[in-house]
Design a protein around this ligand. Structure first.
Ligand code: C2E
Length: 564
């Protein structure tokens, strides 16, 4: 969202109806999320169950195939010219007895079973044509009814090259999850897509997949939840399918749990959103009133100190908001609100008015004591704030050279606006400091293209001095960068002597921080400066001044703190 769009949208959103609509949307989103979560859980459960059964069927099918293979290989190895010889029939019987899954072993010519472990069948028993023939030249008959056995329907596999045939009862491989009547399970041939054995209703389209050997797959169709398990060793795939109604039932069960949770979460979030909106809305109205009123906003000034001498060589103006209740709100809180609600130009206008008014008196006593003023990102998007600052300075006859404009590193990202505005500022003599340097993503190339005076190192980096934080190398890096660009460095948030020593060692000239002074009203600043003893020498911070330099001032004693 662009800045302008956000500025227009945000206030509307927070005003009345928009906030409630947003809350309703949050509740709906939570409900949808709860429903989705319930479905995902139910689906996961069903997939686990179907996969488990398919895996079991596959294992059993492989075992049946192993035993068939073994028996048929043995008969083939005898290489008896008469397949129905007494010795072969004897071997058929022995194999039959020793294998748990095989019901019958025999010899087939054409479609007729000529002999088996039961003996010679004379003219033979008709088995009917094979259901399909596999790539390995095995003829599979999936529903063979033998007259000599009343027990049921067999699956028969014939080695086409030898005629030897093994029979198994499919129920043995399908004897899984018997109590679940709605379950469909079985094994089908990969190339034919035809079930070799199966229980329950299956659909041919489930088997139209390009499953690789050993692969597992699960999916949901309009009627079923299906798992497929492909054999590593044989050309068949086992399957298991639950009716999709079982998925819906599981979904419902989970929903009984998750939907109330979703409603609770939705209500909490919606409540928070309404609270935030109300607060935001309230803040916006209050801030607008505060900007209009003469009484609520005021400025404090924090001295900028020359590290080598300890002299106060300038000050940064910092706005404060004392609400009617007496509560003081920090700019970190209300400036972002001013930004997103479009109040920033009005707030900056008010700040300019207050600072210039303070300066008009202050500079009469301390004509060479420069003051920094903060511009927000949106102040760089047009020339409005700059024009206002200029005209105010001009109306009080204040040299632009006495003012440094601080712009945050982040506001430089819109480089075209930044370059144009900074160029205009420099034309009139204003100086420019990049605030909070190191927190944005401004590369050297950005900085080179701008006409700047100072880099202010963000407090978060100054804090790392003397610690083993990973970012402690940022300070020397910024100092080096500033040297390359010919800029002065001001370190922010100096609280410890150790930081001063380190910064001086690095060649940093200026600093701000509670070690020297907290922000204070202009009258207190003036008082402290006048209390301090005057000493001779040039005023380093003001080198660009076109006017005669008064002697610099020694640092006053650290007494009262206006910003405690
Ligand atoms: N803990 C600690 N803090 C220290 C120390 N030394 C200075 N500070 C605080 O660090 C902040 C420095 O200002 P900033 O980086 O420009 O950061 C400023 C600036 O970005 C913005 N701001 C303040 N006044 C204005 C204004 O008039 N206009 C605009 N656009 N932004 C402003 O709000 C930010 C916060 O201002 P403040 O709350 O006044 O906070 C100030 C100051 O009070 C220290 O040793 N320890």
């Amino acid at each position: 969202m662009t800045m302008n769009a956000r500025r227009k949208f945000a206030p509307r959103l927070t005003e009345g109806f928009g906030a409630y609509l947003f809350a309703v949307l949050i509740i709906l989103a939570c409900l949808v999320a709860a429903g989705r979560l319930s479905y995902v859980q139910a689906e996961r459960d069903l997939f686990a169950q179907t996969s488990f059964v398919a895996e079991e069927v596959l294992q059993r099918s492989e075992m049946v195939s192993d035993q068939m293979q073994h028996a048929l290989d043995k008969l083939e190895a005898r290489n008896d010219p008469n397949p129905c010889s007494a010795a072969n029939i004897d071997l058929m019987r022995r194999e039959n007895i020793s294998s748990s899954y095989l019901q019958l072993i025999g010899y087939t010519r054409g479609n007729r079973l000529m002999c088996s472990s039961y003996g010679d069948h004379g003219e033979g028993i008709d088995l009917g044509p094979p259901t399909f023939v596999t790539e390995k030249n095995n003829a599979v008959r999936n529903k063979v009814k033998l007259t000599l056995e009343e027990m049921g329907i067999y699956v028969a596999v014939t080695h086409v090259s030898t005629g030897f045939t093994a029979f198994a009862l499919p129920d043995l491989a399908l004897d899984v999850a018997k109590s679940d009547q709605k379950l469909a399970l079985g094994t089908y041939g990969v190339t034919s897509g035809i079930p070799i054995l199966g229980r329950g209703e299956s659909q041919e389209k489930w088997f139209r997949t390009d499953l690789k050997k050993g692969e597992r797959r699960h999916f949901v169709t309009s009627t079923s939840v299906i798992a497929l398990a492909s054999s590593e060793r044989y050309l068949f795939v086992s399957y298991c399918a639950f009716p999709v109604t079982q998925l819906y039932a599981a979904w419902r069960n989970y929903a009984y749990f998750f939907v109330p949770l979703g409603v609770i979460a939705g209500l909490c979030l919606a409540g928070l959103a309404i609270l935030f909106a109300r607060r935001h809305l309230g803040m916006r109205f209050q801030l607008r009133e505060a900007i209009k009123s003469e009484a609520q906003l005021y400025m404090l000034y924090q001295p900028i100190v020359e590290l080598d001498s300890g002299r106060w060589v300038g000050a940064e103006s910092l706005v404060r908001w004392r609400q009617r209740s007496g509560q003081v709100i920090a700019p970190d809180v209300f400036i972002p609100i001013a930004e997103i609600t479009g109040l920033m130009p009005r707030l900056t206008a008010r700040v300019i008015e207050m600072v210039v008014k303070d300066l008009a008196q202050f500079l009469r006593r301390y004509p060479d004591f420069p003051i920094n003023i903060n511009f927000a990102a949106s102040d760089l998007e047009s020339t409005g704030s700059l024009d206002r600052l200029r005209s105010q300075l001009a109306s009080f006859g204040i040299d632009e050279n006495r003012v440094t404009v601080e712009v945050t590193e982040g506001s430089l990202l819109k480089i075209e606006y930044a370059r144009r505005n900074i160029g205009l500022m420099r034309e009139g003599g204003l100086r420019i400091a990049i605030d909070d340097f190191g927190t944005g993503y401004c590369g050297l190339s950005y900085l080179v293209s701008l006409d700047l005076d100072f880099l202010k190192i963000d407090k978060s980096f100054v804090d790392t001095i003397g610690t083993d934080a990973a970012t402690r190398s940022v300070v020397p890096h910024i100092v080096q960068m500033a040297k390359t660009l010919g800029l002065e460095v001001i370190a922010e948030g100096v609280e410890r002597q150790e930081q001063v020593d380190y910064l001086r060692q690095q060649g940093v000239k200026y600093a701000q921080g509670w070690l020297y002074s907290k922000p204070m009203p202009i009258a207190e600043l003036a008082q402290k400066l006048s209390d301090s003893r005057r000493i001779d020498g040039p005023h380093a911070y003001s080198q660009r001044s076109k006017q005669d330099q008064p002697p610099p001032l020694q640092a006053p004693a650290l007494t009262s703190h206006a910003d405690d």
